[in-house]
Design a protein around this ligand. Sequence first.
Ligand SMILES: Nc1nc2c(ncn2[C@@H]2O[C@H](COP(=O)(O)OP(=O)(O)OP(=O)(O)O)[C@@H](O)[C@H]2O)c(=O)[nH]1
Ligand SMILES: [Zn+2]
Length: 210
Amino acid sequence: MSGNGHGSLDVDAELPRVEGRVFDQARAEHAVRELLLACGEDPDRDGLRETPARVARAYREMFAGLYSEPDHVLDRTFDESHEELVLVTDIPMFSMCEHHLTPFHGVAHVGYIPNGQGKVTGLSKLARLVDLYAKRPQVQERLTSQVADALYRKLRPRGVIVVIEAEHLCMAMRGIRKPGARTTTSAVRGLLQSSASSRAEALDLIKGRR
Ligand SMILES: Nc1nc2c(ncn2[C@@H]2O[C@H](COP(=O)(O)OP(=O)(O)OP(=O)(O)O)[C@@H](O)[C@H]2O)c(=O)[nH]1
Ligand SMILES: [Zn+2]
């Protein structure tokens, strides 16, 4: 698991790469060492000697969604002649707030109504899509709409709904310090935007899931 170039730590190593974007392990290590120095720490003391390399590898993993094109997750579809709502709830989600580079994490609920041809994707692909867009410097609103837009673009479904509930550690462990405060964001497209009853049905299923 040593961390140069691309390899086992990537979320989706088999997906097409983003042209020209690579993780610079040496530069990241140097930056972490500098940060430790800036904080008044001694990066050469025993406990910290391996830390810059470790942190750099962790960032490569946490930002793995920068190096692959998430939409390709949805390349493989099949026709199931299913034209009703498909909804996957409580997909665990970990992302990094781009303002503070601290985590925000929670769950994503992703649903869509297939088009007239009943074009569906594998259920795991919905979770993969969330994962890839989450593993970037993010804000929750953008993450939510990026997942919705990707589904709408690629599956051409009749409707899409994405709801994300998350706690932001930048609000919990620093700053305003409100642990437990949860942020909910939603993005709806197509029929789930235009039809209040379709949207209400999906939201009821999301709210009543336990
Ligand atoms: N809209 C939105 N805001 C976010 C998200 N993650 C963090 N933030 C907010 O980004 C804001 C950055 O505010 P600034 O005033 O520039 O930074 P700051 O002085 O560190 O702010 P405090 O967190 O209030 O201490 C904060 O209000 C955060 O709560 C997110 O996903 N969406
Ligand atoms: Zn933040």
